[in-house]
Structures are given as structure tokens and as C-alpha cells.
Design a protein around this ligand. Sequence first.
Ligand SMILES: C[S@@+](CC[C@H](N)C(=O)[O-])C[C@H]1O[C@@H](n2cnc3c(N)ncnc32)[C@H](O)[C@@H]1O
Length: 214
Amino acid sequence: MKVENAYNIWADQYDTNSNKTRDLDTKSTIETLSKLEFSSVIELGCGTGKNTIFLIKKAEKIIGLDFSQEMLNKAKLKINDKRVKFRKADLTTEWKIDNDSADLITCNLVLEHIEDLDFIFYQANKKLKNGGAFFISELHPFKQYSGSKAKFETENGTQELETYVHHISEYLNVASENGFELVELKEWFDEENQIGIPRLIGIVFRKSTVGNNV
Ligand SMILES: C[S@@+](CC[C@H](N)C(=O)[O-])C[C@H]1O[C@@H](n2cnc3c(N)ncnc32)[C@H](O)[C@@H]1O
């Protein structure tokens, strides 16, 4: 099943089923982004808007992009605010947003579904203002190596989604090649498992203010 269709089905239970990855992502996002100042935000793969609720506490303008209409419908039911625009868009095609317009781009639990990170970082660099931040929070590659991937339960059994493994070196190299500097890299663990395999990796990059000719 295509990823877009899977999320259209998952949308109904995405916010309510038991999901440690989703819940830890909420925590990591709030803890990480509370330290940053931002006004204009692009949220990649915004889904049901679970993180938009936090972002709107600080931002003046948010554009949430997602290719699942059902996930977006949930987000629109949750958030009715003229500062927030939810748009149906495939992140693997050119983002129809003004260049140099955002001071924060967030991307939570999305990149495991996207093979070509280079395109995402290239677009992110174009859309961010100089000095703007790019926050990614993803299933940790160590977790991916051990077989974890996005999945949900249906009446016909477990539905596993199409995913791609991204190594830590890939994130760092692609970011550097696209004009980003590393600001923070953090591993996030389940509360009951602080010394095992981390569940999430959270990385904050900043668009370089020099040599941005990508
Ligand atoms: C696990 S959900 C995460 C949603 C939200 N960011 C969160 O943290 O709750 C992944 C989201 O990414 C979206 N997505 C995956 N690949 C995409 C693509 N190529 N273009 C747009 N959206 C995509 C899915 O539709 C889904 O809503």
C-alpha cells in the first residue's frame, strides 16, 4: 500500500492508539523548540497537527504540508486559526512556498518515508531565511536497524508502511552539503529504557549565513 493511502487509513486512530514514538516525539519537540525563537514556520508532514498545537503558541504563521488528505482533515478539525494554513502537498516535489520566508522548518517522523534526503534539505535551505533553524525528529536509525518501522493495527492485522533507513552520517552529510550547520544532536529514550537503544534522534540544524550557494 502506498504511504499516502496508509496514512489516510491510519488517520482515524493516529491520535488515539498507543504509540510510544508519537508521544516521545511530542516531548522532544516541546523541549527542543521551547529553547528557540521563531515566528514563521513550515511544518513538513504535519499529519493531524499534534505538534502544530505547540508551534502556534509561539509562531505568527505556520504552513503545514502533508500528502494525506485524511491526516490534514484531522488537523483542520483540531486547529482553526487564521495563522495556520494546512496544504496538501507531496514533499518529494518542489514546495510551493516563498523562498527565504521561514525562520523554522520542522519535520517529525516523516523522513523514514522519504528516500531522497538531499531534495528535502535542498528545499529546506531555499525556504529558510539565513540563520533559520531546521529541526528533524525521526525514529533513531539504531531502532531502524533492529527492525522498527511505522506501523498500525487494522482489523486485517498489522499494517507496516514503506520505509527507508537513514544513517546518522547521512543526515549530517546531506545537511552539510546543503548549507546547514549542526546546532544540536540528541538521542531520546523511552522513560523505562534509558540505557538501551534510543527511540528517536532529534537534530537541530541552522542555515549557514555564509556560502549559501547550494
Ligand atoms: C508519522 S506521521 C507524523 C505526523 C506528524 N509530523 C506528527 O509528528 O505527528 C508522518 C506524516 O508524514 C506524511 N508524509 C509522509 N511522506 C510524505 C510526503 N512525501 N509528502 C507529504 N507528506 C508525507 C504522512 O502523510 C503523515 O501524515
